[in-house]
Design a protein around this ligand. Structure first.
Ligand code: SF4
Length: 67
């Protein structure tokens, strides 16, 4: 199974909480209105932090997609 993280840029309000929790995956370049995904595939070691970011996002813009 592969897990990917997706940010819905139409929902994101650039609170930056995700980048504070997992800055290698949620990268907010200077001046960017939303995070860029630095590493799309979510490894097992990252899963709990990515889940925490998704739970913590006030805009509910983060989804983990499993395939
Ligand atoms: S926490 Fe949510 S709203 Fe804030 S930057 Fe991350 S994805 Fe966007």
């Amino acid at each position: 199974m592969t897990r990917k993280v997706v940010v819905d840029n139409t929902l994101c309000r650039n609170y930056g909480i995700c980048a504070g929790i997992q800055p290698e995956i949620f990268v907010i370049p200077p001046g960017s209105p939303f995070p860029v995904i630095g590493r799309e595939i979510v490894e097992d070691d990252d899963l709990e932090e990515v889940r925490e970011a998704a739970r913590s996002c006030p805009a509910q813009a983060i989804t983990i997609v499993e395939s």
